[in-house]
Design a protein around this ligand. Structure first.
Ligand code: NDP
Length: 284
């Protein structure tokens, strides 16, 4: 293997220490950052994510509130709950764990969260602010990727970044954050013709596809930085990314593993956003 591993777990641990220090300072001033997580229904994966978020809050000394609603909860009831949390002074961040049941309009739910408590960074107001380079809550996974690069000393300015995937929560915003930092950005997706032609040109390649081991060595330029966002299970049920690690690590310059790569950064940036919201609440 030639690539240097970007250890997300270590970077996340360092960031969490910094966050914990800021949390104790805030608490000395009488403010405890509080995150409310709403879980609708009983999706197994969602429950695991929610438990991990609560655990992170507790470890960092933050207040965490879990609101569990039944699968058949009405849209109206869910919106009423969010409205209540929007007005709760002890809550600085509100997160509705996705996916939510089909009978509820996801867009409406996201837009009902106050942009000042939207620590997931999914509200159109925060997305617009991010696009125009204003103060915003940045979506956690893309933000985590930027922090990983910064902590590894990889500069983005002037680089050609190729993002495979254009979802609203990962692909699109990660490209935008790269552009904000002066990268030249190419987006690829399922309709892209000759994917390899594009990915081969990447100085920094971000894979956010959701297909196990999709990116092969033939897609990667020698020495490139490869960021693997994917969380998939392979045929043996083992956790793996969108990048064929064994192959690609032979030619990449830097690579993020799965697990211990982008994953730990996501919750860390959620914690950071909650802290930021609590700090900003003091001046509101
Ligand atoms: P989505 O399914 O929403 O998006 C996948 C994207 O990949 C789409 O834009 C799709 O294109 C594109 N795509 C699919 N097939 C191909 C193909 N053959 N060639 C090129 N592009 C293709 O996924 P997410 O963005 O939500 O997540 C991506 C991965 O990241 C998943 O594995 C997910 O589990 C993981 N993830 C990890 C997180 C973490 O914390 N590490 C957080 C969030 C997600 P099109 O738009 O044309 O359909």
């Amino acid at each position: 293997m030639t690539a240097e591993i970007i250890n997300g777990k270590e970077i996340a641990a360092k960031k969490r220490e910094e966050i914990a220090k800021e949390v104790s300072k805030l608490k000395e001033n009488g403010v405890t950052p509080g995150l409310a997580v709403i879980l609708v229904g009983n999706n197994h994966a969602s429950r695991t994510y929610v438990t991990n978020k609560q655990k992170a809050c507790q470890e960092l000394g933050m207040h965490s509130l879990l609101i569990e609603l039944p699968e058949e909860v009405s849209e109206e009831e869910l919106l009423a709950k969010i409205d209540e949390l929007n007005h709760d002074a002890e809550i600085h961040g509100i997160l509705v764990q996705l996916p939510i049941p089909k009978h509820i309009d996801e867009k409406k739910v996201i837009e009902s969260i106050s942009p000042s408590k939207d620590v997931d960074g999914f509200h159109p107001v925060n997305i617009g602010r991010m696009m125009t380079g204003q103060n915003a809550f940045l979506p956690c996974t893309p933000y985590g990727i930027m922090v990983m690069l910064e902590e590894t000393g990889i500069s983005v300015a002037g680089k050609h970044v190729v993002v495979v995937g254009r979802s609203n929560i990962v692909g699109k915003p990660v490209g935008q954050l790269m552009l904000n930092q002066h990268a030249t950005v190419t987006y690829c997706h399922s309709r892209t013709k000759d994917l390899k032609f594009h990915t081969k040109q990447a100085d920094i390649l971000v894979a956010a596809v959701g297909i196990a081991n999709f990116i092969k060595a033939e897609h990667v330029k020698e020495g490139a930085v490869v960021i693997d966002v994917g969380i998939n299970r392979n045929e043996e049920g083992k956790l793996c990314g969108d990048v064929d690690f064994a192959e690609v690590s032979e030619i990449a310059g830097f690579i993020t593993p799965v697990p211990k790569g982008v994953g730990p950064m996501t919750i860390t940036m959620l914690m950071y956003n909650t802290l930021k919201s609590a700090e900003e609440s003091i001046n509101r």
